[in-house]
Design a protein around this ligand. Structure first.
Ligand code: AMP
Ligand code: ZN
Length: 303
């Protein structure tokens, strides 16, 4: 069941589930909203528990140098968030305050810091992984989680600028990482079906920037490098990607010198769970009060 966009925004704001913060895509969250996210995150943990992934947590920022190495600016310059700060003297500070008081643009004199906002939870992992030296023959599996930033202001609550992403990331041979991804497509479907969400899985394409980006879109689709688990949420718009299953081939292996035990470049894949999108899909499908959700959905989330 989908909801009409305006009614969805009103429902979320009136119930206090989301708190508008004056910028599209930036919201506060209520205790109820958070409790659903915590329960879903725990469901993800239970679903993947047998694999014994190594848990790592990073702050939601990357060094500028690592960010450059990821190649993000070549593909998604429009989404990236660079962090800037004031770097002047007293005189420059006085000028800055005059600009702010005059309600003019005071940000033009800000200088870039050494850090960039994380666009996806797996990005901080690849540098340290490469630095560890060759993988074991069985490869490696990680569990990461991060607040992520993407500059894509939108009225749709499902498209936020700051949101949370949980991921499992696999590194190893092409066979090992593709097998991981295929297994998670099936697991992800079962997991989301247990929440009684209408869904389908389809090949996806990312919003690669510009003319060069069009080739990347074609390549991504033809090689089926990315699948998404989609749930219809907002009436009249395409279904919302709640989970994504990505095969990076040797992209990060080459950039960050991640090697298999035999010294060859490792391949990587990740499965991403959009915490906010799953919460919103549940609220749109089952209503704004989780106490009234179907028993089976409640017991999947709160066993
Ligand atoms: P992606 O790297 O684009 O595949 O994103 C991974 C997951 O993060 C997606 O499957 C979504 O669930 C979630 N996601 C991506 N962009 C946004 C956004 N703007 N707002 C909320 N969730 C998002
Ligand atoms: Zn990832």
């Amino acid at each position: 069941m989908t909801v009409q966009l305006e009614a969805f925004r009103k429902g979320l704001f009136d119930s206090g589930l989301l708190i508008p913060m004056g910028v599209d895509g930036l919201y506060g969250r209520s205790e109820t909203f958070e409790s659903i996210g915590t329960a879903f995150d725990a469901l993800v943990s239970r679903t993947g528990a047998a694999d014994k992934a190594e848990v790592l947590r990073f702050p939601p920022a990357l060094s500028k140098q690592v960010f450059e190495t990821t190649g993000y600016m070549a593909s998604f310059p429009q989404l990236a968030g660079t962090i800037h700060s004031f770097a002047g003297n007293d005189k420059a500070h006085a000028a800055l305050m005059r600009t702010i008081e005059a309600k003019e643009d005071w940000t033009t004199t800000q200088k870039a810091t050494q850090v960039v906002a994380v666009p996806a939870a797996c990005y901080p992992l690849y540098g340290p992984l490469g630095a560890r030296g060759p993988l074991k023959p069985e490869g490696a599996l990680f569990d990461v989680f991060s607040w992520c930033f993407r500059h894509e202001p939108s009225l749709e609550p499902t498209r936020m600028q700051f949101f949370r992403m949980r991921e499992f990331v696999r590194a190893g041979s092409p066979e090992q990482v593709q097998q991981f991804r295929e297994a998670w497509v099936e697991r992800g479907k079962k997991m989301m079906e247990s929440l009684q969400l209408p869904l389908n899985v389809d090949v996806a394409n990312d919003p690669f920037f510009g003319r060069a980006g069009r080739m990347l879109v074609t390549n991504q689709r033809e090689q089926a490098l990315k699948f998404e688990l989609l749930v219809p949420v907002i009436e009249g718009t395409s279904p919302t990607a709640c989970l994504s299953f990505n095969y990076h081939q040797d992209k990060f292996g080459l950039s960050f010198k991640i090697r298999k035990s035999d010294g060859e470049t490792a391949h990587t894949a990740c499965v991403g769970f959009g915490i906010e999108r799953v919460i919103l899909a549940l609220l749109a499908t089952h209503g704004y009060d989780p106490q009234k959700w179907p028993d089976r959905v409640r017991s999947a989330l709160w066993p």
